[in-house]
Design a protein. Structure first.
Ligand code: SAM
Length: 313
């Protein structure tokens, strides 16, 4: 087992937290935690050790801190450089932590995620007494993006809950941990394909599939209706589906719209998530070139999720 590197990122600007979280996951962070740090400054320096224009003697409220963990094999300098080039306002510190300490912190951080009234994401090591109408997905959150604690996943899950009908065939692009594929399966999809460009994510999804089966959590999720594989978006995919769900960054999403139009019959749904509010217009303009009409637009915090419905050409 490798040791881990714990990277702490402190900012005075809470609005950039979600963006940086997204970046960190793209750089294969193994886990991400948030904390509100009390700032009691009794001198005239701000969080970054600079002289404040207006001296303060009373405690400054709270500042958000992100703590991300990486394997100590990663190129940390490159990651920090990339973060700083987009978000120079972050103060970054890091230290090496022992594997055991990391595990302990990690397990404390992950809790049951109540994605909706019905959909519950439960960390592998947690017990959860579900009521009969609840859907429980057990995941090992250490494996890939998609633990349920990111707003983009939550919005995609809500969109699936809204439009998925029993027997639907679903394509999940950028499957990560497989979370949306499992949700689709549990909601009654008859066949689910989960694709990801990252082989580690596909491996994680396959491992998480075994967890569902071993725990006999949900008889609707089983090997013969879920298929995970490495693929760039929906390249080479030739089946017709009822729903395509994709929680990926907008500049990647736009590359699959033409294929999505071909694989969805009239009345079927395209769910697009992973879109920062200020990128919404870009997606809406791109969608004008295709035979889709906007059915729903969900917003939470800084994130947007669209449900488009296929219409006649
Ligand atoms: C934000 S995560 C979403 C994970 C999960 N579906 C969820 O909703 O929590 C985005 C995933 O898209 C994958 N990805 C990025 N570019 C891709 C591409 N061109 N084709 C397929 N997957 C891609 C990443 O590897 C990552 O696992």
């Amino acid at each position: 087992m490798w040791n881990k590197i714990e990277v702490s990122l402190l900012t005075e600007d809470p609005l950039v937290i979600e963006n940086v979280t997204y970046l960190l996951t793209e750089y294969q962070a193994l886990g991400i935690e948030y904390e509100e740090i009390d700032q009691y400054l009794d001198n005239d320096l701000n969080l970054f050790g600079e002289i404040r224009e207006e001296p303060v003697s009373k405690p400054i409220s709270q500042s958000p801190m992100i703590r991300a963990y990486f394997d100590d094999q990663v190129d940390l300098n490159q990651i920090i450089e990339q973060i700083h080039s987009s978000y120079p306002q972050f103060k970054v510190e890091y230290q090496t932590v022992q594997e055991e300490d990391w595990q302990r912190n990690w397990m404390k951080y992950y809790q049951v995620e109540h994605l909706s009234r019905f959909i519950k994401i439960v960390p592998l090591w947690k017990d959860y007494a579900a009521s009969p109408e609840e859907i429980v997905i057990k995941l090992d959150p250490g494996l890939a993006f998609g633990t349920g604690n990111h707003q983009t996943t939550r919005l995609s899950a809500l969109a699936l809950e809204l439009v998925l009908r029993k027997g639907d065939r679903v394509l999940d692009l950028g499957t990560g941990s497989g979370i949306l594929s499992f949700i689709a399966g549990a909601l009654g999809a008859s066949q689910v394909w989960g694709f990801d460009l990252d082989p580690q994510a596909v491996h994680a999804a396959q491992e998480n599939l075994k967890i569902q089966e071993n725990q006999a959590l949900n008889r609707l999720i089983h090997e013969n209706k879920l298929d995970f594989k490495v693929n760039d978006l929906m390249h080479g995919f030739e089946d017709q589906v009822d729903i395509i769900v994709a929680n990926i960054l907008p500049h990647i999403l736009v590359n699959m719209l033409a294929d999505a139009e071909k694989r969805l019959a009239i009345g079927k749904y395209l769910i697009l998530s992973g879109i920062l509010v200020d990128k919404g217009q870009e997606i809406e303009e791109a969608m004008e070139a295709y035979a889709f009409s906007l059915s729903h637009r969900f917003v939470t915090g800084q994130w947007l999720c669209y449900i488009y419905q296929r219409i006649e050409d």
